[in-house]
Each structure stands twice: as C-alpha cells, then as structure tokens.
Design a protein around this ligand. Structure first.
Ligand SMILES: O=C(COP(=O)(O)O)[C@H](O)[C@H](O)COP(=O)(O)O
Length: 323
C-alpha cells in the first residue's frame, strides 16, 4: 500500500541520508505527492487510507524535528474531494503550496537574520542548518563581509556540510573540533544555529552540543541567534508535551573494533561498557537572545504568542488509522 519511493524516502530520513529539519519536511511532503501520484486506489476512502499510511511511515522515522509532523499535517489537511481524481489533485496542489511557502519562509527569515549581522562579523555555527545559513547568505547579498568559525559537530560532522557551503559562497571558514568552541568564542560576534523544535516556553531543541555552546556563549557575552522557520514551532508543547530526544545507534560514536578494544577485559556475561548517542539537546530560553523566524525576531519568552496564533487550534494526528 505504501509506495516503494515513500519507503525509500523514509529509510533515507531514518539513516540520515536526508537530514536537517527543513530538508526532512520537504522530502516528506514530496513523498506524499509521490504516493498520491502513484496510488492505484479504487475508492476515495482507500486513497485517503493510503496517504495516511504513507504519512505514518514517514512520521515514525525520526521523533525530534517537529517540521516532519507539521509537514505531514499540512499536506493531509489539504487533502479533499469526493473522488480519487479530486483527492489526488488536492494533495499535489497542497504539496506545491507547501514547497512554495518553505522557499519564501527561508528567504524572509534570512533577511530578518541578516539585519542582525554587521559587515565584518564572525559567526560560530553548530551542525548544518539551512535556516541559519540563509541569514549568512542574505547578509552576503547585502554586501556584508562575514566569516565563520564552524564546529565540526560530532559524531556525524554536519559542520563539514556547513563549511563546504560557506566556502562556495566565499566565506572564510575556521573549522574547529567541538571541544574548542569556548576558546574561539572571544573571536566571534554571534552564535548562529538552527532548530529542530521550539517549545512554547522558548526552549530550543537542536543538535546535541547546542546547549553547551549557548551556556559558553552567555558566559563569554556572545549573543545566541536561533534561526527557525515557524515550521519548527512545536504545537504539542502548548499543552505541556515534551519533545522526544532521539537516541541514535552507538555505531555513529564507536566502531565495533574500538568497542572490542575498550571492552577487551570485560566479562562477556557482565558487559560494563554503555555508549549513549543522544542526537539533540534542549537549550533553555535564558541562553537564547533571539529566535529569528520569517515572521520577525522574537525573544524566546514571547515565541508562545506566535505559536498560539499559528497553531492555537491544537494538533491532531491526521495520519492515524480511522476506525
Ligand atoms: O539539528 C540539526 C540537524 O540534525 P540532523 O543532522 O540530525 O538532522 C539542524 O540544526 C536542524 O535540523 C535545523 O536545520 P535546518 O535549518 O536545515 O532545518
């Protein structure tokens, strides 16, 4: 029932071949369009259940970036019609609308963020965030010279993607190991990061290491700017839900031979080595100076007003099986 290309997209998201909250959202919406295009459903209800099943498959891939369920909701809410032909057309049209909104949102967000960057500023980045880099791109287009200290971001080294993109734009890059961040903060004018989810209290969920960087930045007096489209606002947190932090496989941290070497003396019956690999962490609002969105910039404590405006009607799970 779920088309093989949807299964492929789901696998790519789960294995981080497709990664980053905005990119994941775009891929998920595109997968639902494929499901609609390729559906051979012989009734409107069968078509609707196919799209719900595809959305459930995509939803179960990664739990932390709210852009994924927000994208799935957006598309399924646009599915309407009394025939398969009309239902298919509504899904295709809704995905195209979603993609256009993503493009405009990231560009507008970039302009808001660029206004906070001065000519000659140095930013420190963590992980790879297309929302964050849209601010740098807009600043460069405004004729500002920007340089960057890029944290490699263990264990998957997404900082290399950021470094490559910045070099393509002609931005001078200093690549550092994550543990060197505090040392370089004295040479930095802004910490500039993205977000996977933003909670109603202004907490920012982003790649593991963001919270430590924000604490160090506050101690060093460096402002922390979080670039996040409103797609990253997590509506379930309006009603007290917490954001699940994805725990990824130890193989991203330790190879099997490294594990065997470390645990060489272990009693196989009583293995004492545990490797934990949380993929994200939570930065409290007190360490965030501004949340930059396509709707403007907000101090973290007031992001809830925007969240209520956009998502106040509460959230549903339109992908749930219908009884
Ligand atoms: O934490 C990550 C990516 O984690 P992973 O590599 O595990 O997906 C990014 O900072 C956010 O997703 C924002 O990215 P964007 O601004 O592109 O949405």
């Amino acid at each position: 029932m779920v088309h093989e290309e949807v299964e492929e997209t789901a696998a790519d998201i789960a294995e981080m071949e497709i990664r980053g909250a905005a990119t994941i959202a775009r891929a998920a919406a595109d997968a639902l369009r494929t499901q609609a295009h390729e559906s051979e459903a012989d009734s409107p209800e069968a078509f609707r259940e196919e799209l719900r099943a595809a959305a459930r498959r995509l939803h179960e891939t990664r739990p932390t970036a709210v852009s994924l369920p927000n994208a799935l909701r957006y598309v399924l809410r646009g599915m309407e019609g009394d025939s398969v032909v009309d239902l298919r057309a509504s899904v295709v049209e809704t995905v195209e609308e979603f993609e256009a909104e993503l493009d405009v949102a990231q560009e507008n967000l970039g302009q808001v963020g660029a206004n906070r960057l001065r000519d000659g500023d140095t930013v420190m980045t963590h992980c790879h965030s297309t929302d964050a880099l849209s601010c740098v791109k807009a600043a460069l287009e405004d004729g500002k010279e920007i340089s960057a200290v890029v944290k490699e971001t263990r264990p998957r080294k997404q900082g290399h993607i950021t470094a490559r993109q910045l070099r393509e734009w002609g931005v001078d890059v200093t690549l550092v190991v994550d543990n060197a961040a505090r040392r370089y903060l004295d040479d930095v004018d802004h910490v500039l990061v993205g977000a996977d989810s933003i909670a109603a209290d202004g907490s920012v969920v982003n790649k593991i290491g963001t919270s430590g960087l924000a604490v160090n930045a506050r101690e060093r007096g460096v402002p922390v700017m979080v670039a996040a489209q409103t797609l990253k606002l997590h509506p379930d947190t309006l009603t007290g839900h917490t954001v699940e932090i994805e725990m990824r496989d130890e193989s991203e941290v330790l190879t099997e031979s490294e594990r065997a070497d470390i645990a060489a003396g272990d009693d196989p019956e009583d293995p004492g080595l545990t490797v934990e690999n949380p993929a994200f962490d939570v930065t409290p609002p007190r360490y965030v100076d501004a949340i930059v969105t396509e709707r403007g910039q907000f101090p973290p404590e007031s992001i809830v007003t925007l969240m209520r405006e956009l998502y106040g009607g509460g959230t549903t799970e339109p992908w749930a099986k219908q009884e």
